[in-house]
Write a protein that binds this ligand. Structure first.
Ligand SMILES: *Cc1c(COP(=O)(O)O)cnc(C)c1O
Length: 411
């Protein structure tokens, strides 16, 4: 068989270019990471050829001896990592995992309380542009001036709204959530409790953050963010909801599971069970704290007051007069990648918002430590101060490439 390089030069070259871009750049997008070579190998395996609709032991096609092995491994390892009663590893990604959960638990028109997008929530938690928001009735709760969820206000709102489902979780929020209080409120108003841990799953697996899985009825996640696995989703739940979740995933929402992806999930969960992953999760928190402190030194305004996880949200327009988009574009020029982001009740548009989101999971995987974060924030500040000076930016680009050479990625 021909190698990709011989058969399809265009695709091969794009992959080589992407490899180089990843090697020579600094990845600060809070949702990204670098998988191990072992995870990549499993992803590119012959399991991609296999149809295996159904679940281990109960498939609709023959030839399932080895698909059952990898799916069972993924499930068992996830159960161990998160102390989950039931696990479904088939969701293709985070957004479908949420849709699967909603349709397992809700009827059209049912009410869901989720975190407001501009306060850190995710699109799939009720933004009007999503299909789920057309089907279900979402109401958003917000954070207070201290950057926290006001649980008394949340309880008041829950009593008034009487939601069927109360949803916690976020993609741009840097503080911890009081899981006990949140789920107590859900119980009081007779709502099912759900949390979407897409961003922090790796920090939980690495025991750097409290595990919410024992508290909540339903837990959804991605597997490719801090958890450092292949792109994918996963749902964990109490036994009581197992049948509903499984039926909703297949045949309700998806067809055949992506078995190569599930094999890679099993490999990633195996890695997360190793002691080295605990070190990784701890280092993320250390690096993130340095990121916050250094940014504060340069008078950047940290939204929500501080970070207690892997990321910070920075109000760059409020503190520096530079918009989130302007800074994202300028940093791209020097090879530092992050994303513009709205801040709570942002007066600016989502296309050119006030903030940027900065996360350290990827650079931590590369082996960067506190002193390296100090250096990165120095560059971010320099770019902010010289946003229109291409000569300065070019100089920083050279420094970034040189610096990244010291942290090699995939061979
Ligand atoms: C990233 C994310 C998702 C969506 O995951 P995809 O894999 O991009 O579909 C859902 N919820 C939260 C909280 C996320 O951060």
């Amino acid at each position: 068989m021909k190698k990709l390089k011989q058969q399809d030069k265009a695709v091969y070259q794009a992959i080589q270019n992407e490899k180089k871009r990843q090697q020579e750049g600094m990845e600060l997008i809070a949702s990204e990471n670098y998988v191990s070579d072992a995870v990549l190998e499993a992803l590119g395996s012959v399991f991609t050829n296999k149809y295996s609709e159904g679940y281990p032991g109960k498939r609709y096609y023959g030839g399932q001896d080895f698909t059952d092995v990898v799916e069972d491994l993924a499930i068992e390892r996830a159960k161990k990592l998160f102390k989950a009663q039931h696990v479904n590893v088939q969701p293709h990604s985070g957004a479908p995992a949420n849709m699967i959960a909603y349709s397992a638990l809700l009827k059209p028109g049912d009410k869901v309380m989720g975190m407001d997008l501009s306060h850190g929530g995710h699109l799939t938690h009720g933004h009007p542009v999503t299909l789920s928001a057309q089907i279900y009735n979402f109401v958003g709760y917000k954070t207070n001036d201290q950057g926290k969820i006001d649980y008394d206000a949340l309880e008041k709102m829950a009593r008034k709204e009487k939601p069927k489902l109360m949803l916690a979780g976020f993609s741009a929020y840097s503080r911890r959530i009081n899981y006990r209080r949140f789920t107590q409120i859900a119980k009081k108003v007779g709502a099912i409790s759900m949390i979407d841990i897409a961003h922090i799953a790796g920090l939980i697996a690495g025991k750097a953050l409290v595990n919410p899985v024992p508290y909540f009825d339903i837990v959804t996640t991605t597997t490719h963010k801090t958890l450092r696995g292949p792109r994918g989703g996963m749902i964990m739940c109490k036994k009581k909801y197992a049948r509903a979740i499984d039926k909703s995933a297949f045949p309700g929402f998806q067809g055949g599971p992506h078995m190569n992806n599930i094999a890679a999930k099993a490999v990633a969960f195996g890695e997360a069970l190793e002691p080295s992953f605990k070190k990784y999760a701890e280092q993320i928190l250390k690096n993130s704290k340095v990121l916050e402190m250094e940014l504060k030194k340069y008078n950047f305004k940290i939204v929500f007051g501080k970070t207690e996880n892997h990321m910070v949200l920075v109000d760059v327009f409020g503190s520096k007069g530079v918009t989130g988009k302007e800074l994202e574009v300028a940093l791209d020029k020097v090879g530092i990648t992050l994303n513009k982001n709205v801040i709570p009740d942002d007066p600016r548009s989502p296309f050119d918002p006030s903030g940027v989101r900065i996360g350290v999971p990827a650079v931590t995987t590369r082996g960067m430590k506190e002193k390296d974060i100090v250096k990165i924030v120095g560059w971010i500040n320099e770019v902010t101060e010289n946003i229109n000076d291409d000569k300065v930016l070019k100089g920083i680009r050279k420094e970034v490439i040189g610096f990244c050479k010291g942290f090699p990625l995939h061979k």
